[in-house]
Every structure is written in structure tokens, then in C-alpha cells.
Write a protein that binds this ligand. Sequence first.
Ligand SMILES: NC(=O)C1=CN([C@@H]2O[C@H](COP(=O)(O)OP(=O)(O)OC[C@H]3O[C@@H](n4cnc5c(N)ncnc54)[C@H](O)[C@@H]3O)[C@@H](O)[C@H]2O)C=CC1
Ligand SMILES: O=C(CO)COP(=O)(O)O
Length: 331
Amino acid sequence: MPEATGPIGIAGAGAWGTALANAAAMAGNDVILWMRSPEQAAELAGTRMNERFLPGVRLLDRISPTADLGRLASCCAVLLVTPAQTTREMAEALSPVLSRKTPLVLCAKGIERTTGAFLCDVVEEVRPGAPVAVLSGPSFAHDVARGLPTAVTLACRDAALAEDLATALSGPTLRVYHRTDVRGVEIGGAAKNVLAIACGAVAGRGLGESAKAALIARGFAELLRFARAYGGEPETLMGLSGLGDLVLTCSSAQSRNFSFGLRLGQGASAETASEGKLVEGAATASALVALARAKGVDMPIAEAVEQILSGAWTLDQAVDALMNRPIKSEH
Ligand SMILES: NC(=O)C1=CN([C@@H]2O[C@H](COP(=O)(O)OP(=O)(O)OC[C@H]3O[C@@H](n4cnc5c(N)ncnc54)[C@H](O)[C@@H]3O)[C@@H](O)[C@H]2O)C=CC1
Ligand SMILES: O=C(CO)COP(=O)(O)O
């Protein structure tokens, strides 16, 4: 990395930002953990706990919480860990603070709703020519924070930088693989959230384990088709940020996307089913479906999620629509 001696910066101290801060510290880095609220920063500095977003996890000593964005200027790399839809405003706020050479590692999973832009493209628009990377893969914040074994993928077009970043963030319990297929890695993370909502809905409606397995397999087929159309490499999607994250998110109520779908399946409305939590798949569904339509990619499960969220279909109508499509060859 250009200034390999600096600390790792983390922008966003929610569940994932806090877990990544601990992981980066465990990997031997000093960490500056930025959050927008000065009160929260003071509380984290005093109690060393983030009770609101990651209860029960103690911040390691090498982490300095702050609400001063300027502190990130000294960092050798900054991980952006705020919700996907805040990527543009955060990149704009960070742009005057960071050197053009400081890599920004995107850790959110989504597509910009208002423009349909992939998050890397948003950042490249704001910081043209500056290095951008994506970190994604099957990783619940609580697992990572508790030091349970986890593996993720970091992609950057600059292969040497991808390797350096992956090495810097890898520790005893977090293994970071590297790739250059930025598009594939970001598509895996963004699309699996939409599919996980469908999986949760299947569980919530009591449609059975067979339906869930079918949905994961057919959802993966959609993911692959979409990634191919947008320049992602199929091998990437068969890895951690694709199949790995799809399986994790579709099989656990720890996932907020799955739980949101579960509550939809149990009869809650799209407005109440999030219970105030961040549900990235709900924010990304319409953009994903619009991008798929633009390239003629068939994504019936993602379409069904979008139709349910927009109120056009009930869950039962969505199931009927999916089950009564014309019979076709599997691949
Ligand atoms: N929680 C998890 O297990 C994982 C989450 N992710 C991804 O990481 C991203 C963040 O997720 P979480 O940390 O879990 O969410 P969270 O809801 O726990 O935290 C979000 C954080 O962003 C901050 N924030 C919200 N809007 C902001 C804005 N406009 N400007 C600055 N800060 C703002 C909040 O104050 C909060 O600190 C999501 O895209 C999610 O998909 C990825 C892997 C694992
Ligand atoms: O991305 C995640 C795990 O890899 C977290 O999923 P949720 O956002 O659905 O909780």
C-alpha cells in the first residue's frame, strides 16, 4: 500500500464497521474508527463497547473512535462501512480528506437506488483515478467480532494492491482472499440480499425446506446470469462473494434480509417488516431488477421480490407466478 505505515481507517461504526475494526486490530493494525455522532464516539472511547450496534463486544485497545473525519487523513487505507445508499455522500465527504493514493475499500452491499450505479462506479465518479476495492463474502458481524473463523474476498483491479490489502486485513480468525474482479465481487454482495428476502419469505410462509433449496439454486442461476451480463467472472460468483454469501444469508435468521423476508412471509407489510433495521436487499431490489431488464437478463426471483415490495403482488401471487413459468431446460 502507498503509505503502509499508517493506521487502517474505518468509516462507519455500525455492526459491520465495529466488527471490521476489531478484525483489523486483531490483524496487527492501529485502527481509526469514524462515526458521525460525537456522542457515540465519546461513548465508545469511554466504555469500549458499541451497545447499540454490536452489543457484548469489547473494542480492542488499538482502535481509536472518533467523530472527526479529518483523522482518517493519516490512514493507509479506509474501509467504507456505511449503508450502500450513503456511498456517494460518504465518498464526497471523504474526497477532500484523503490523498488521491489512499485506497477506499467498499464494504457495503448494494446498488445505488436512484441511479442504478454499482457502488465502485459511484466512487470512481467522485474520486476519479483513486484506488477502489470491494470487500464482500459470508460474514456476520457478530461472528467476526467474536473471533469465529470467517473468510471473505477483497477485489481491486490493481492485483498487487488487492494482495496487500488482503494481507493487511487478514488475521488469526479472518482470512481475506483477493481477486481483481471488482464487478463480480460487488454483484455477489448486492444481489444475494435480494434473493435472501425471497428465501426468508419462503420460510415465513412455511413453504418447506425443498422450496428453500430450489430457491437458492435458481437464485444462484439468476446471480450468475446477471454477473455475466455485467462483466463479472463466473468463478467469482462461485466463490465467497456469491454462492458463499447466498448460502449464508439464505439460511440464517441472523441475516436482516432473511428476517425481513421471514416477516413478510408471516404476513407483515413491507413497511413494518424491517423493524427499523438496515435491509439492503429492499433498498437495492428495484435497481437490480431495472439493470437486469436493461440487459434482458431473466431474474424471476428478484422480480418477484420487487413486485412484492412495490405492492403489485402478494406473496401467494409471486409463488404462483414462479411455479407457472413455462417449463424449460435447466441451464
Ligand atoms: N452486519 C453484517 O453482518 C454485515 C454487513 N455488511 C454490510 O455493511 C453495510 C453496513 O451494515 P451494518 O454495519 O451491519 O449496518 P448498521 O445498521 O449496523 O450500521 C450502519 C452504520 O452506518 C451509519 N450511518 C447510517 N447512515 C449514515 C450516513 N448517512 N452517514 C454516515 N453514517 C451513516 C449508522 O450510524 C451506523 O453506524 C451494509 O451494506 C451491509 O450489507 C456486510 C457484511 C456483514
Ligand atoms: O452480508 C451479510 C452477511 O454476509 C449480512 O447480511 P444481512 O445484511 O442480511 O444481515
